[in-house]
Design a protein around this ligand. Structure first.
Ligand SMILES: Nc1ncnc2c1ncn2[C@@H]1O[C@H](COP(=O)(O)OP(=O)(O)OP(=O)(O)O)[C@@H](O)[C@H]1O
Ligand SMILES: [Mg+2]
Length: 517
């Protein structure tokens, strides 16, 4: 990966793109690449920050002197860029706060035109992507990918080298364990990886098989801190999901889809599914169960947080989330309630622009992604979803998760009774299945819990009648939200695959399969 990013940057510089914007938290790594390119292209590399002004990049920054008096001032620094004659790469660190100033914007536009004819390149490096619309056509954005395995291997070697003399620390990693350590470090920046390795060393006084666990738990913390993705350790397995046989079969067929063997067989990695359906029928549950079934990590993307202004720009957030998911791949990126995220798009209010840009970024990624990130999106409300998302080719399949039919309800009842260590042997399952007609899985679960409370209160074991009573006392969503559910069913009838096998002779049997878009 680092060779690839180096090559890309080099092409940008050689093609004389005047202004490049690199988004990353890893300023040092971006600088290293640019210094390398400067060296090979015989260009000076000069860096700028507001605290230090302009100075040779990579110089022992603390006491190095600025090369232009007063260049702490952004306008003065930009003038220097404009007027200098030598071939050079100018790296501007954290310049984004100044991109709101109309004089700075104008100056950058002038620079962009002027330096196209020169051998100068201006590169902005910042963790925040902020480009005023006046500059949109002048600036090319590059996302610095997170470190690749080779970068992390180099870091690990260096750290092992640094502690070689320390007798208190033992290094005993087999080749496989080393591979596991490196895999576990994926998804972290170099600085984070360095901290995590240091912590593993200090904690165990060694770098060995135990280190992987320390690294993984640290990584979980770091990903959590980013506040956009949640690392899910799921205990659910596919046996905990009642019904939804078609969906389960589809998933089971792809169990080994991310393996080397599947690649060699010529199979493409699955892209993702959209699960659409009635509340409480097991969509989120399925997402968690897939992770356990496929044995790959599950990252939940919080759409609300992507758009939360407290966490930074929404576009930057989605880029960052996608980058983390890619670096951990193979992984499942679970976008729960995707409808809520993109609902603002058609509203015509001031957020609509942001929503559609975020959506655009996401769609492009979905289309072009080559890393094995499997997307599981869930939604309740299709009217909120932009049609582009549903077009063929984005998802491998769109599944409709409907209310469970009788045999499925029986399965769900048994699952929740079993989970609570209650035997169903003596229960009249037929009566229970009937009493739960129109109930979602979540409502059935709640009824089981309510019945258990009654039993507990009466100092009794769970009786079938308690269950029947609990079911009878519940008004299911299918009654209160009948119109919405019917509309959803109608929509799905021609566009989605039913997640459950159609029950034979079922009353109000479900519509058949999908049509093409
Ligand atoms: N098919 C099912 N089999 C077993 N349990 C189920 C099933 N469907 C729902 N449940 C129970 O209900 C709980 C809630 O379901 P879940 O969160 O998966 O619903 P959902 O479809 O994601 O709903 P929403 O649209 O509201 O997000 C689950 O954790 C599980 O305990
Ligand atoms: Mg859900």
């Amino acid at each position: 990966m680092s060779a690839e990013i180096l090559r890309n940057l080099d092409i940008f510089v050689r093609a004389r793109y005047p202004i490049i914007y690199i988004t990353t938290f890893e300023e040092g790594r971006a600088d290293d690449y640019l210094i390398k390119i400067g060296r090979s292209r015989k260009k000076k590399v000069i860096s700028w920050s507001q605290t230090r002004g302009l100075m040779p990049a990579g110089s022992g920054q603390q006491n190095a002197k600025s090369i232009a008096e007063g260049s702490n001032d952004p306008m003065c620094a930009l003038d220097f860029v404009l007027n200098s004659h030598e071939p050079a790469i100018f790296i501007f660190h954290d310049f984004h706060p100044f991109l709101g100033d109309s004089t700075v914007i104008r100056k950058l536009r002038e620079i962009s035109t002027a330096i196209k004819e020169s051998f100068k390149t201006l590169v902005m490096v910042s963790p925040v992507l902020k480009i005023p619309c006046e500059l949109e056509k002048d600036v090319s954005v590059i996302d610095l990918p997170l470190p690749a395995l080779t970068d992390l291997a180099a870091l690990l070697n260096k750290m092992i080298g640094d502690i070689a003399d320390n007798r208190d620390i033992k290094i005993s990693l087999t080749a496989e364990e080393r591979e596991l350590v490196l895999q576990a470090l994926l998804g972290l920046t170099i600085a984070e990886a360095e901290n995590v390795i240091a912590k593993a060393l200090v904690k165990n006084g060694a770098l060995d098989s135990r280190s992987v666990e320390v690294i993984l738990s640290e990584k979980e913390q770091i990903i959590r801190k980013s506040n956009l993705l949640e690392y899910y350790n799921t205990s659910e397995n596919i046996g905990d999901v009642g019904g939804l046989d078609t969906l389960k079969h589809w998933l089971n067929l792809r169990k080994l889809a991310f393996s080397e063997k599947a690649r060699n067989f010529g199979l493409p990695a699955p892209r993702g599914i959209l699960m659409l359906g009635v509340q409480g029928c097991g969509k989120s549950l399925c997402a968690k169960a897939v992770s356990a079934m496929w044995q790959i990590p599950l990252l939940r993307l919080d759409m609300g947080k992507i758009f939360s202004s407290l966490i930074g720009s929404s576009e930057e957030n989605i880029r960052r989330a996608v980058k983390v998911a890619e670096s951990i791949a193979p992984a499942i990126l679970w976008i729960d309630e995707i409808d809520k995220g993109f609902s603002g798009m058609n509203s015509g209010n001031s957020d609509a622009g942001t929503s559609s840009r975020v959506f655009g970024t996401f769609l492009t990624w979905m289309q072009e992604k080559s890393s094995p990130v499997f997307i599981i999106a869930t939604a309740n409300n299709i009217s909120m979803l932009p049609p582009e998302l549903l077009r063929k080719g984005r998802f491998d399949e769109i599944f409709f998760v409907d209310l469970p039919e009788a045999p499925e309800r029986e399965e769900i009842l048994k699952i929740h009774l079993r989970k609570r260590m209650t035997s169903h042997e003596s229960f009249d399952m037929k009566a229970l299945v009937e009493a739960s007609s129109g109930f979602s899985g979540a409502e059935i679960e709640q009824a089981v819990i309510a019945a258990l409370f009654e039993a507990f209160y009466k100092n009794d074991g769970l009786q079938c009648e308690y269950l029947i009573r609990a079911l009878e006392q519940t008004v299911p969503l299918s009654k209160t939200m009948k119109e919405d559910i019917d509309a959803l069913r109608n929509w799905a009838a021609s566009r989605a695959v039913m997640a459950s096998k159609p029950a034979e002779n079922a009353a109000g049997a479900r519509p058949k399969r999908r049509l093409e878009f």
